[in-house]
Design a protein around this ligand. Structure first.
Ligand code: GAR
Length: 194
């Protein structure tokens, strides 16, 4: 049997998506979460990784953009695909070159709307509610050198009603993320593997 496809999950915050992805692939022999990387020292994602029994490591800005520490670590961990799950920095060119077409991001809106620098997490939901949009959703896409611009793999929609607040919209979006993100990762890797 082929060796399992190994994923690294990169996050910056709470880590609900990282947990959902890890639980989805737990027990699978063909895909495994090799490690969780985070770039905010006090991020709760580290605690989730600990509970899941998955190796996690903090890396700072220099590790991503200057001293190759993240690239070296991913190489040492024999990572095949990188998953951005609430990761808020631009992916360095070094990683884009090491994983061409093999970095996936989730964005909590219907790109190309409400994307780009500074548009993340709650900021997105605040902007969507302030604009009185009647729908929002999630976009799962391949990562390129721009914020939120790579090829779209999948979108799912939800309604935004006049009584929605950024918090209630965030809850709807999290449900969509839970329902679709692990599955879309799985299907994308299967298609790549052939
Ligand atoms: C998720 O809603 C994800 O879509 C969003 O951050 C949240 C992270 O939550 N990502 C972005 O905004 C990327 N621009 P989590 O840490 O609980 O998974």
């Amino acid at each position: 049997m082929n060796k399992p496809v190994r994923l690294a999950i990169l996050g910056s915050g709470n880590g609900t998506n990282a947990q959902q992805i890890s639980e989805y692939f737990a027990g699978r022999t063909d895909v495994e979460v090799a490690c969780i990387i985070y770039n905010k020292r006090d991020a709760y994602i580290a605690e989730r990784a600990r509970r899941l029994g998955i190796e996690s490591r903090y890396f700072g800005r220099a590790d991503f953009y200057e001293n190759h520490a993240v690239a070296d670590y991913l190489c040492a961990k024999e990572v095949d695909w990188v998953i951005l799950a609430g990761f808020l920095w631009l992916v360095p060119q070094e990683l884009l070159s090491a994983y061409p077409g093999r970095i996936i991001n989730i964005h909590p809106a219907l790109l190309p709307k409400y994307g780009g620098r500074g548009m993340y997490g709650h900021h997105v939901h605040e902007a969507v509610v302030a604009a009185h949009e009647t729908e929002s959703g999630i976009t799962i896409h391949i990562v390129d050198e721009h914020y939120d611009r790579g090829t779209t793999l999948f979108q799912a929609r939800c309604s935004v009603t006049p009584d929605d607040t950024p918090d209630t919209l965030a809850a709807k979006i999290h449900l969509l993320e839970k329902e679709h993100f692990p599955r879309v990762i799985d299907e994308t890797i299967k298609a790549w593997r052939g």
